[in-house]
Design a protein around this ligand. Structure first.
Ligand SMILES: C[S@@+](CC[C@H](N)C(=O)[O-])C[C@H]1O[C@@H](n2cnc3c(N)ncnc32)[C@H](O)[C@@H]1O
Length: 190
């Protein structure tokens, strides 16, 4: 696949800027998709997979992380607790975003984690330095195109289990879980 990402300097998002973002970016279609999603079983990244991914990205406290489809917010909470990294989570499912908001509030990390109910395909990705995603296989192709079109040079992209199409990861790591499944995280650097 052709690499057509932009070659611009980073203008990273700051927590003060994010605080002004709408907490919900939803249209009628999103609400329907959100209801459909809520009928799928929810799969979260096991903590050992999250740790392996965040270690692969060599997170720095000045990075701003996003989890595209952040579910219950586990990845964001871990990034804040372990690395002191500010993050923004986007999630379409209203039940999950509410759970994530409650968890962040209870952890006293409202100042470190911003949660927005939104379709990840409507989000401008150009301001994030580190992107985590555990995608449904059905969105991998569209997601790959979006990432290549919007992300700036140097963006680190962490993908759990379903690798991006046509791109070579810089690194990958496999992590056995308690069950039979072997999780793999891929690091791409644009
Ligand atoms: C496999 S789960 C991963 C959750 C979390 N990132 C983790 O790793 O634990 C995928 C999540 O993406 C959400 N999702 C799927 N499509 C989405 C979309 N278009 N926009 C936002 N969230 C989406 C789902 O509701 C679900 O919570």
């Amino acid at each position: 696949m052709q690499k057509n990402y932009r070659n611009k300097a980073f203008n990273p998002i700051k927590s003060t800027e994010v605080a002004g973002l709408e907490e919900t970016i939803m249209g009628e279609r999103d609400i329907i998709v959100s209801r459909m999603l809520s009928e799928f079983p929810y799969l979260s990244s096991p903590i050992q997979v999250v740790d392996a991914a965040l270690d692969l990205a060599e997170l720095h406290s000045t990075d701003v992380l996003t989890d595209l489809g952040c579910g219950d917010g586990s990845v964001l909470l871990r990034a804040a607790e372990r690395y002191g990294v500010f993050s923004v989570g986007f999630e379409l499912d209203c039940r999950l975003i509410n759970i994530a908001r409650r968890r962040v509030r209870e952890a006293g990390l409202n100042h470190m984690v911003n949660l927005i109910q939104a379709d990840l395909f409507r989000v401008d990705l150009s301001r994030f330095k580190v992107i985590y995603v555990y995608p449904f296989p059905s969105i991998v192709k569209g997601l790959t195109i979006k990432l290549l079109n919007e992300c700036l040079r140097g963006t680190r992209i962490l993908v759990h289990d379903h690798p991006l199409e046509g791109l070579e990861p810089l690194k990958s790591k496999s992590i056995p879980s308690g069950k039979q499944h072997l999780h793999t995280v891929y690091l791409y650097v644009l």
